[in-house]
Design a protein. Sequence first.
Length: 76
Amino acid sequence: PDGDHPALASAAAGDAAHVLSFDDRLQGAAAGVEIRARVATSVKRPAAFARLFDPGRLWPVVGDGEYPGSDRDPRT
């Protein structure tokens, strides 16, 4: 719809559980209630998500073998 925030439109189209954003308009309890009335997603600041997300727990679903760790060279 007109005036829709691009991140929320993408979340709705892609069935995203979380939106990472620095946009203050998407933060706070009132914004969260308004967003969840339309899209089943939550908005988090990137730093907050980084504290919650554990890539090692996701690794068995997306990778093979032992988790290589977040500090490895991605070009190897």
